[in-house]
Design a protein around this ligand. Structure first.
Ligand code: FAD
Length: 413
């Protein structure tokens, strides 16, 4: 098999549970199952030569505290529980985290209602330490930030999610599980009490499968007989970085008050574990599910996006925001001027190009952006159909929920 970051093994011909996708979520699910059923033969199949090479390795690295999400939603419950579990896991495994905190800043009067709603949601969700602060206290936390009011979340932190993924893979190996990289899954077919997974290395027969395929999750679900709704539409997020000599402009993390209709938008400042300050990300609909380069287009990905009625409905509804995002995506001037609302001293000379990531965003046929985590079922398989941010933060808790679903379903357990 090609080189791997995790264990390098040939895929087994038979196993108990097959997990497709070695992002943080697939690895967390596999580890959880291996812990619950020692010796239970869990096999992870990953298409890339390296684990965690898509969303997990291209995130902002923020351990979210659970502020934004509608109380009662899976995100609300699993982000708060997931962040707690993640801090504890990292402490046990010697993985560095920093509870650096963050401020969500309103710069205009019309954003105050949004800030109040976030405060209400955060307290309903049980976010630890969340509180409203005024401009003076904001300046004490972030001397270069400006705003008329803010929320301070001391429990928000940063971590390297790829390091967490590697630790999860190592735990899985200790529990007898395997990760096969370079093993792209083409399809699954269920018959009787088994499911057969066809992949680049041949076939694996399992009692059940859990598919955590991120940007490609809809294709595998549809191939297994699930509804084509929702479809994954890729949004590229590009970052800038502060020049090292200007890092003092941001001490922790500074976030905007999000638009409730488009909660995943909103460029922010995040100081990572190395002290590097990332600005962004922008959000631009792109023509490839791995468009880390802006110009990358894959005909099949583009055709899937354009053929989906939801894409056009989404575009009709939010064309104005789409144009703003296009500007931020292609113009550094526009990118910086949006962020200058929060840090007025910021200039174009302070930033250099940063990384980029591609969000696997599920879009409904009706044009809705699916917000909550979605896990659906086909014969002998569970499919994670939507796991956008904060799924990296929530991975351990979401994995527990998926393992429960597997055990409680007589058709799967
Ligand atoms: C720009 C950006 C910033 C983000 N910031 C944050 C943040 O700060 N905090 C946070 O909590 N979340 C953040 N997120 C979200 C977070 O990264 C994702 O929610 C999380 O990584 C999802 O994990 P995953 O394992 O489902 O997906 P992925 O990491 O994308 O993993 C899916 C895996 O499935 C594999 N796969 C796909 N198809 C196949 C196939 N056919 N056969 C075999 N393998 C397959 C892929 O190669 C990949 O390794 C961010 C996301 C982006 C894009």
């Amino acid at each position: 098999m090609p080189r791997a970051d995790g264990p390098e093994v040939n895929p087994p011909r038979e196993c108990n549970i097959a997990v497709v996708g070695a992002g943080i979520l697939g690895l967390a699910v596999a580890r959880e199952l291996a812990l619950r059923h020692p010796g239970g033969a869990v096999a992870v199949l990953e298409r890339e030569p390296r684990i965690a090479s898509h969303q997990t390795d291209h995130s902002s690295g923020v351990i979210h505290a659970g502020i934004y999400y509608r109380p009662g939603s899976l995100k609300a419950e699993l982000c708060v529980a997931g962040a707690r579990a993640l801090y504890q896991y990292c402490a046990e495994r010697g993985i560095r985290t920093e509870r650096s905190g963050k401020v969500i800043v309103a710069t205009e009067e019309r954003e105050i209602a949004g800030l109040e709603e976030l405060e209400r949601r955060g307290s309903a969700n049980g976010v630890p330490g969340l509180r409203r602060i005024g401009p003076d206290e904001l300046r004490e936390i972030e001397p270069h930030a400006r705003g008329i009011a803010a929320l301070h979340s001391p429990a928000t932190g940063v971590v390297d999610f790829s390091e967490v993924a590697r630790a999860l893979a190592a735990d899985l190996a200790l529990g007898g599980g395997t990760v096969s990289t370079g093993c792209r899954v083409h399809a699954t077919s269920a018959a009787g009490e088994r499911i057969t997974i066809s992949h680049a290395g041949g076939e694996t027969s399992a009692r059940a499968a859990v598919l955590c395929a991120g940007a490609w999750s809809d294709r595998l679900a549809v191939a297994a007989g699930a509804s084509p709704d929702p479809r994954i539409v890729p949004f590229r997020g590009a970052y800038l970085r502060l020049r090292p000599e200007r890092r003092e402009l941001v001490r922790t993390s500074i976030y905007p008050v999000p638009d409730p209709d488009l909660p995943f938008l909103g460029m922010h400042f995040t100081r990572d574990l190395e002290g590097d300050v990332q600005l962004g990300p922008s959000a631009l609909m792109v023509g490839a599910r791995d468009a880390y380069r802006l110009g990358r287009v894959r005909p099949r990905d583009l055709a899937d996006t354009l053929a989906w009625p939801g894409t056009w409905r989404l575009a009709r509804r939010h064309w104005r925001t789409g144009l703003d995002e296009l500007r931020h995506g292609i113009s550094r001037r526009s990118f910086v001027s949006e962020l200058r609302r929060f840090v007025p001293e910021l200039t174009r000379a302070d930033v250099v190009a940063g990384n980029s990531g591609v969000r696997a965003q599920a879009v409904g046929r009706d044009g809705s952006l699916i917000d909550d985590f979605v896990v659906s079922r086909t014969e002998r398989a569970l499919h994670v159909r939507n796991a956008p941010s904060p799924a990296a933060t929530s991975a351990l808790a979401l994995a527990g929920r998926i393992a429960d679903m597997l055990e409680e379903d007589p058709g799967l357990s």
